[in-house]
Design a protein around this ligand. Structure first.
Ligand SMILES: Cc1ncc(COP(=O)(O)O)c(C=O)c1O
Length: 380
């Protein structure tokens, strides 16, 4: 979340510098006019910071586009099935449907992410990809999910859009499977206004992804783009140089974003001790990105009191329940009119009890201690 909160003169200068350095806003070509290839540089920096071992990092126009590009690079299409989780954002589902594939929803576990056991039971001959989503900054059970993917020879696409900076066994999410996806939209840990990145483990997948996001261009070195060849039927999901330059500045701020978020998150973790409030589960060995602190409250009256406190104090409750409809498959009858199956219903029942407390760096640690103390005072 905090990316937008830390925007200042540095981002402004980075963009105005493009005007002074040849006014090239396109990621390709115009070699003599430009001093930088901002998108390409941003990709290299993302790779260095988050996953040097991945074969390729590709910047695209959004997180939604990155998911679609990953699925297209894998050749997912009509009649295939892609498994993802019921606590999600509609974008992931839209990207799957846009390839022509059908969506299969899993239930969630105590992390509120994909339940590995349920995933295994839903795999069929038609399954072509698995998309666990690290919702609200907490990693899914990736060790088990990757193991299931490997055993069944099904690639895993980690949707890390909401979890930039979270880790599993010391490694950043987004670099743990065949593909990883980041979003840089305006509500994410790092923002470029709109934008996304796709991490590919295999060189061949990365190559397909690059071609697909750029009308199929092979971008053969030393050959003008006009004479270039198409490697496949693609689309335009390119990132602009404005976003690339913006992203490089945000990435430099990322260590302080993470550090400041962590302090606020820990203040809530330490200071909320209400007997009727449970914390979201984080697996040992995994680390959230401290973007959101999620609590669960069985009693409806108490829950509503906490929600009202958070709204009055200007925190809001993000996806749970402020934007519940957009983040739970239970509400997506426009996707499938029979969507309310046992997995989806079980996810809805669990999420109904949850309240998300956003971590904002514009709020002080004192503000977080105060809201924790006010929450402790609530009684039904
Ligand atoms: C889990 C998840 N997946 C995908 C997306 C799509 O990202 P974008 O908004 O960059 O298209 C989002 C954005 O909110 C998201 O939260």
């Amino acid at each position: 979340m905090p990316g937008f909160e830390v925007i200042d003169e540095k981002e402004k200068k980075a963009i105005s510098r493009i005007f002074d350095e040849g006014k090239v806003f396109f990621a390709h070509g115009f070699d003599k006019k430009r001093k930088h290839y901002h998108v390409r540089e941003f990709e290299q920096e993302l790779k260095t910071v988050f996953s040097p071992k991945m074969a390729d990092v590709l910047c695209v126009s959004s997180g939604t586009a990155a998911i679609k590009v990953a699925l297209k690079a894998l050749g997912v299409g009509k009649g295939d099935e892609v498994i993802t989780q019921s606590f999600n954002f509609i974008a992931t589902v839209e990207a799957i449907i846009d390839t022509g594939a059908n969506v299969v929803f899993t239930d969630i576990d105590d992390t509120l992410n994909m339940c590995p056991k349920n995933l295994e039971s839903l795999i069929s001959k038609k399954t072509k990809a698995i998309i666990p989503v690290h919702m609200l900054g907490v990693p899914a059970e990736m060790i088990l999910i990757n193991r299931i993917g490997k055993r069944n020879k099904i690639p895993v696409v980690e949707d890390a859009c909401e979890a930039i900076g979270a880790k599993v066994a010391g490694k950043y999410v987004g670099g743990l499977s065949e593909f990883g996806v980041f979003s840089f939209d305006f509500g994410k840990m790092i923002t470029t206004g709109e934008g996304g990145a796709l991490f590919s483990k295999k060189k061949s997948d990365g190559k397909n992804a690059r071609m697909y996001h750029d009308h199929g261009h092979k971008n053969i070195p030393n050959l003008p783009r006009g004479l270039d060849h198409a490697g496949l039927i693609g689309f335009n999901y390119r990132m602009t140089e404005i976003s690339g330059a913006f992203g490089k500045v945000q990435l430099k701020k990322f260590p302080s974003i993470l550090r400041d978020s962590k302090k606020r998150y820990h203040a809530l973790e330490k200071c909320i001790y209400h007997k009727d409030i449970k914390f979201r589960h984080v697996y040992s060995g995994s680390e959230p990105n401290y973007d959101t602190f999620v609590i669960s409250i069985e009693n409806k009256k108490l829950r509503n009191q906490v929600i009202s406190l958070l709204n009055k104090a200007g925190f809001g409750t993000k996806n749970l329940p402020d934007a519940f409809n957009w983040h739970c498959a239970y509400f997506w009858e426009h996707v499938d009119k029979n969507i309310r199956n046992k997995e989806v219903k079980s996810c809805y029942d669990r999420l109904l009890k949850c309240v998300a407390i956003p971590i904002l760096v514009s709020k002080s640690i004192k503000d977080y201690k105060k809201i924790a103390s006010d929450i402790n005072e609530c009684s039904e």
